[in-house]
Each structure stands twice: as structure tokens, then as C-alpha cells.
Design a protein around this ligand. Structure first.
Ligand SMILES: Cc1ncc(COP(=O)(O)O)c(C=O)c1O
Length: 363
């Protein structure tokens, strides 16, 4: 049996409509992009949604929207993918890395408060693998210290906290549509925000600085980060059935939890209290992770490491704009021990049971 880690579900209707799109020839950003933005906005029930070429470019545009100085600082969790902090560093903004919670893998709130200084202008918490942040606590801190929250929700489309979808809490929330995410546009990302002025700026920035709806009026220095109609079409057809995809993934996650809870040497990522995890990834920690990956591969099963301890990567370890304390123990532990298990919409229970049986042989 061959079992991949993730497998995008692309409905057949994409093919039919792609033919007509190709015939029309409107391949750059256009009506399909608008429709995708509208569908995501309705799904999240948020105010503004702006599509980009990826979550990374969406993050970079968002950081530029804040107009920070090189002496300003952004706090970010040390357990993540490099794309969480690279956009700030590319723009010469300082990053302070702090530790995460060992159980839910998200930013450690106590560490966060201890590290806020007068230079802190923003934080980039990550809703790791689709697990919600503790918004009550984060919003209280935002009020007390007055910083912006840019949520890296790359993996959290469909996650909710106290019955409100992620995308409605932070000043800016960024989602990714890379093929490992629950729905994909090939490459793609979206930013949500509540403020019209910020949404307008982001739209201008991603379109060469062109003022909205006004041809030949370049208001700001911009870039080209537009999501094409081609990419958007994939997204439209998947978001139409995303509730079904989410339900199925949650059922499969429940089966993993039932069968792996209490197993010696396995700890399952804990969901934040009051939240609904969307399980972009189902992740556990195990003792001898790298050996298990190799052994399961021999059984035909693809597993993967979780995220990285960013402070241990060369790009950031000696970077003059990155600071961190030497004691980021939890992120260091999680980087060595997290194991992502296969999970995708079309996964059969028999396939999942095969994964569980193989894992249990090697722990
Ligand atoms: C937490 C996190 N942020 C950002 C990204 C980057 O997303 P994209 O590939 O859409 O740029 C990823 C990609 O895996 C991610 O996991």
C-alpha cells in the first residue's frame, strides 16, 4: 500500500471550466480571482479578503503596510516554517523569537508578555497545523501594549475559536493555498482584515501601486503579487465543498485520537480550549522520530517532520536582525520530535488503520 502525507482533492468541475477559461484567454487576475476572494470572505464571514500569489508574499505586503522602521521589532514563535519571519527580515525589520507551548505548539503567552518592549510594534503568532490561538489572551495583551497582530494562519482555514472563524480576530490574518493545505490553488494566499484603508492599500500594493478602479493612477510604489484566474479557479471549486472536506478530515483526526491516545511514547498535539482544530496536519510527538519516518517509508507510508526551530537554522541563527534567548527548549524539542501523519480528504479508514498499525510497530 502507498500512502501519501497529503493529497489535494481537485473536483472534476475544474477541468471543464478551465477549458472555457483558456478559450477566453483571461489568464491573469480577473473575475475568478474576485469570485474566490468573495467565496473565502463568505466562508470566514469576515470583512475584507485580498488574494495574493502565496502566503509568503501576502505576509510581506502586510508587513510593508505597517510602514515599520528598522529599529522596530516583531515578536514571532520559534517553532514554525521560515516563511513566518523571512518577509520581515527581507524588509530589514527586527525579529525576536520566543518559545511555544509544548502541548498545543502555539506561541507561549507568558513568554510573549515577558518579551514585549517599547520597540514591539507587531507580533506574528502562528496557528500551528490549524490549531487556534488563544485569542482572548492575545487581544487583552494587544489592548494593554498596543501592537498589531499579524496572524500566520497559513494552515488554519476553517479553524474556529468560540464559534467564530479564524480570520476575524487579528488585525491581519494570512492563509496559504499551497498543495499541502486543506484546499489549494497550486500557489496562493489570502489576507483578511477589518479595515477598509488597509484592504485598499494591500490591493494597490499587489497591483503595481495602481489606485483601485482608476487606470493610470499609481498612488504608491507597488509590486505584482496578483493571484491569477487560473489559480483562483482551483480554489473556487474546492471552497464550494470545503465544509465536506473539513468534516471528513475531522472524522479521520478523531479516529487517530481514539486509536493513539494513551499509547506509550506518543503525545498528540493538544487543541486550544474553546476551539475547533481544522487539522491541516495531524501531528504527534514521538521519541525516535527520524527512525520512525524511515521505517514507515519502507511500509509505503509518507510521514514528515513538523516544523523547524527557526533559531537553529543558519539563515536566522547568526542573523543580526534576529534575537532569541538560548533557552527555547520547547521549540527545540518539537523540532526534533514532531511527526506529521498522513491525512487527506480521500483517505480511506482502511488506509488510516494501516498507518496506525505501522506506527505502533515502531514506537
Ligand atoms: C506557518 C507557515 N507560514 C507560511 C507558509 C508559507 O506559505 P506559502 O507556501 O503559501 O507561501 C507556510 C507553508 O507551509 C507555513 O507552514
Amino acid at each position: 500500500m502507498k500512502i501519501p502525507l497529503a493529497k489535494p482533492f481537485i473536483p472534476n468541475t475544474v477541468l471543464k471550466e478551465m477549458k472555457s477559461l483558456i478559450k477566453k484567454g483571461f489568464l491573469t487576475e480577473g473575475n475568478y480571482t474576485r469570485e474566490f476572494e468573495k467565496s473565502v470572505k463568505e466562508f470566514i464571514n469576515c470583512k475584507y479578503c485580498i488574494a495574493f500569489t502565496s502566503a509568503t508574499t501576502a505576509l510581506e505586503a502586510t508587513i510593508r503596510a505597517l510602514n515599520l522602521k528598522s529599529t522596530d521589532e516583531i515578536i514571532a514563535p520559534n517553532f514554525s516554517y521560515p516563511a513566518t519571519i523571512s518577509p520581515a527580515l527581507i524588509n530589514n525589520i527586527k525579529i525576536k523569537l520566543i518559545d511555544v507551548d509544548i502541548n498545543d505548539y502555539n506561541i507561549c503567552i507568558k513568554d510573549l508578555e515577558n518579551n514585549i518592549t517599547k520597540k514591539t510594534r507587531a507580533i506574528i503568532p502562528v496557528s500551528v497545523f490549524g490549531n487556534s490561538l488563544q485569542y482572548d489572551k492575545l487581544l487583552k495583551l494587544r489592548k494593554k501594549y498596543n501592537f498589531k497582530i499579524i496572524e500566520d494562519a497559513a494552515a488554519a482555514l476553517g479553524t474556529s475559536y468560540k464559534n467564530i472563524k479564524v480570520g476575524n480576530f487579528a488585525d491581519f490574518t494570512i492563509f496559504s493555498f499551497h498543495p499541502r493545505k486543506s484546499i489549494t490553488t497550486g500557489e496562493g494566499g489570502i489576507v483578511t482584515t477589518k479595515k477598509k484603508s488597509e484592504a485598499e492599500w494591500l490591493k494597490m500594493f499587489k497591483s503595481f501601486g495602481l489606485m483601485n478602479n482608476k487606470k493610470s493612477k499609481f498612488e504608491i510604489v507597488g509590486s505584482n503579487l496578483k493571484m491569477s484566474n487560473i489559480n483562483a479557479l482551483f480554489g473556487i471549486k474546492q471552497i464550494q465543498i470545503y465544509k465536506k472536506i473539513l468534516k471528513q478530515k475531522k472524522n479521520l483526526a478523531k479516529n487517530y485520537i481514539e486509536q493513539l491516545s494513551g499509547c506509550k511514547n506518543i503525545q498528540i498535539q493538544k487543541s486550544t480550549l474553546g476551539s475547533e482544530h481544522s487539522y491541516q496536519t495531524f501531528c504527534i510527538t514521538v521519541e525516535n522520530r527520524d527512525q520512525i519516518i524511515k521505517k514507515m517509508r519502507k511500509d509505503g507510508i509518507e510521514t514528515q517532520i513538523g516544523y523547524y526551530a527557526l533559531s537553529e537554522q543558519n539563515a536566522f541563527r547568526k542573523n543580526k536582525n534576529v534575537s532569541f534567548s538560548r533557552t527555547l527548549r520547547n521549540s527545540s524539542f518539537l523540532a526534533k520530535h514532531t511527526l506529521a501523519l498522513p491525512l487527506y480528504y480521500e483517505m480511506k479508514v482502511s488506509e488510516q488503520n494501516y498507518v496506525i498499525k505501522s506506527l505502533k510497530k515502531y514506537i
